[in-house]
Ligand binder design. Structure first.
Ligand SMILES: NC(=O)c1ccc[n+]([C@@H]2O[C@H](COP(=O)([O-])OP(=O)(O)OC[C@H]3O[C@@H](n4cnc5c(N)ncnc54)[C@H](OP(=O)(O)O)[C@@H]3O)[C@@H](O)[C@H]2O)c1
Length: 338
C-alpha cells in the first residue's frame, strides 16, 4: 500500500490568548509511519474534543504537561487496527487510547486498549464508558456523596459530564437541579433524564432567585463544571456540611483578565462545607470499579448518553471551539471515518 501523504494531522502552531482561533493550528499531510516490532497502526474513527484541552494549549503549569508547539495534538480517540506487529492485537480490532489528532497513529501496542463493540458502540467509550462517565462517577460519589432526598445541583448539566452526574444522583435518590445554556437542553434534562428542576442561565433574569425556587431545601451537593457567576449564585444556597466536587471551570478557560468573584471562605466556614478539586487520573487505580458500575447502569437502561457528532477530520478545530459556544448536547465528538 502506498503510505505517501495518506496521513493528515493537526499541529498546535501558536499558543492562543483568549479564545483560540483556527490560526493557532495547522493541518499537515504526511506519510503513515510503518510499524516496528511491538507496534500497531490505528486508523482513527472518532476523536474526542474536550474542554480541558484548552489548558494544554497554554504553557502554564498544570496537572498535565502543555502541548508542544508544532507537534501533533493528543487526545482521546477510538480507532481500528489496520496493521499489527504485536501479538496482542490483530487487524480489525477496535481500540481506545490517548493518541494524536491524525488519521493514522503508529504506536506501541501498550498505548491502546481493546474495546468491545458488543457492549456498546465504539463512540460510547469516549463518554459513558470513558473519561466523562468516570469523571462524573468518581467526582459525584467519592467527593459529593449524595444521600437519598438531598439536593444536588450540577452546572454544565447538559454536557457530557453533567448529564451523567445528574443521572447518577437520581440513581442515588437525590433531588437533581440542572443548570444549562438553552431551553432545548433544559427540556431534554427534564423530559428524557428526569431532572427535578432546570434553569437556563442564559435567559434567566435572576439566577439567584430561580435557584432558590428550584432548591427549596437548599443545596447539599454542588457539582461544579463551570465556575464563574453561576457557581457564585449556587454558593449562596449551601446547606451545612455541603460537598462541592470542583470538576471544571469552563467559564474561565479563555479568560485573559483573571477570574474575580466574591470571597467564599466565610460561607464555607459557616456551613462547614467541603470543596475539593479533583482530576480523573486521581482515580486511575479504581477505573475498573467505575466502568463496571457505569456499564451495569447502561445495560439496565438507568443511564442514557447523548452525542453531538461533527463529521470530518478537517472540522476538528471547529468542533473543539464549539464547546465554548455550548453547541453540544452530551459528548462532543468528531467522526473521522466509518
Ligand atoms: N476534573 C476532571 O478530571 C475533568 C474531566 C473531564 C471534564 N472536566 C471538566 O468538566 C467540565 C465539563 O466537561 P465536558 O467534557 O462534559 O464538556 P461539556 O459539558 O460536554 O461541554 C462544555 C459545555 O460547557 C458549557 N459552557 C461553555 N462555556 C460556558 C460558560 N462560559 N459558562 C457556563 N457554561 C459554559 C456549554 O454548555 P451550555 O450550553 O450549558 O453553556 C458546553 O456545552 C469542563 O469544565 C471540563 O473541563 C474535568
Amino acid at each position: 500500500m502506498n503510505q505517501q501523504n495518506k496521513n493528515r494531522q493537526v499541529l498546535l502552531t501558536s499558543r492562543p490568548v483568549g479564545m483560540p482561533t483556527q490560526d493557532n493550528f495547522e493541518f499537515k499531510n504526511v506519510s503513515v509511519v510503518m510499524p516496528e516490532e511491538g507496534q500497531v497502526v490505528v486508523r482513527t474513527l472518532y476523536l474526542s474534543v474536550d474542554p480541558y484541552m484548552r489548558g494544554r494549549m497554554s504553557d502554564a503549569k498544570s496537572y498535565v504537561p502543555p502541548f508542544q508547539l508544532n507537534e501533533v495534538i493528543t487526545g482521546g480517540l477510538v480507532g481500528e487496527i489496520t496493521e499489527s506487529k504485536s501479538d496482542q492485537f490483530k487487524a480489525g480490532d477496535k481500540v481506545i487510547g490517548m493518541l494524536g489528532w491524525q488519521l493514522y497513529n503508529t504506536v506501541e501496542a501498550k498505548k491502546v486498549t481493546k474495546i468491545d463493540e458488543k457492549i456498546a458502540p465504539v463512540s460510547a467509550y469516549l463518554s459513558v464508558l470513558g473519561l466523562t462517565g468516570l469523571t462524573a462517577y468518581f467526582g459525584l460519589l467519592d467527593i459529593g456523596q449524595p444521600k437519598e432526598g438531598e439536593t444536588v445541583v450540577v452546572s454544565g448539566a447538559a454536557g457530557s459530564v453533567g448529564m451523567f452526574v445528574g443521572q447518577i444522583a437520581k440513581i442515588k435518590g437525590a433531588r437533581v437541579v440542572g443548570i444549562a445554556g438553552t431551553d432545548e437542553k433544559c427540556d431534554y434534562l427534564k423530559r428524557e433524564l428526569g431532572f427535578d428542576a432546570v434553569i437556563n442561565y442564559k435567559t434567566t433574569n435572576n439566577l439567584g432567585q430561580d435557584l432558590e425556587n428550584a432548591c427549596p431545601n437548599g443545596v447539599d451537593v454542588y457539582f461544579d463544571n463551570v465556575g464563574g457567576t453561576i457557581s457564585d449564585a449556587v454558593m449562596n444556597l449551601l446547606n451545612n456540611h455541603a460537598r462541592i466536587p470542583l470538576c471544571g471551570a469552563i467559564s474561565s478557560y479563555n479568560s485573559t483578565d483573571g477570574d474575580m468573584g466574591p470571597r467564599i471562605q466565610t460561607k464555607l466556614i459557616k456551613t462547614r462545607s467541603l470543596i475539593q478539586g479533583f482530576v480523573l487520573s486521581d482515580y486511575a487505580d479504581r477505573q475498573s470499579e467505575g466502568l463496571q458500575e457505569l456499564g451495569k447502569w447502561l445495560s439496565e437502561g438507568k443511564l442514557k448518553y447523548e452525542e453531538t457528532v461533527v463529521e470530518g477530520f478537517d472540522n476538528v478545530i471547529e468542533a473543539f471551539l464549539q464547546l465554548f459556544q455550548g453547541a453540544n448536547l452530551g459528548k462532543m465528538l468528531v467522526k473521522v471515518s466509518e
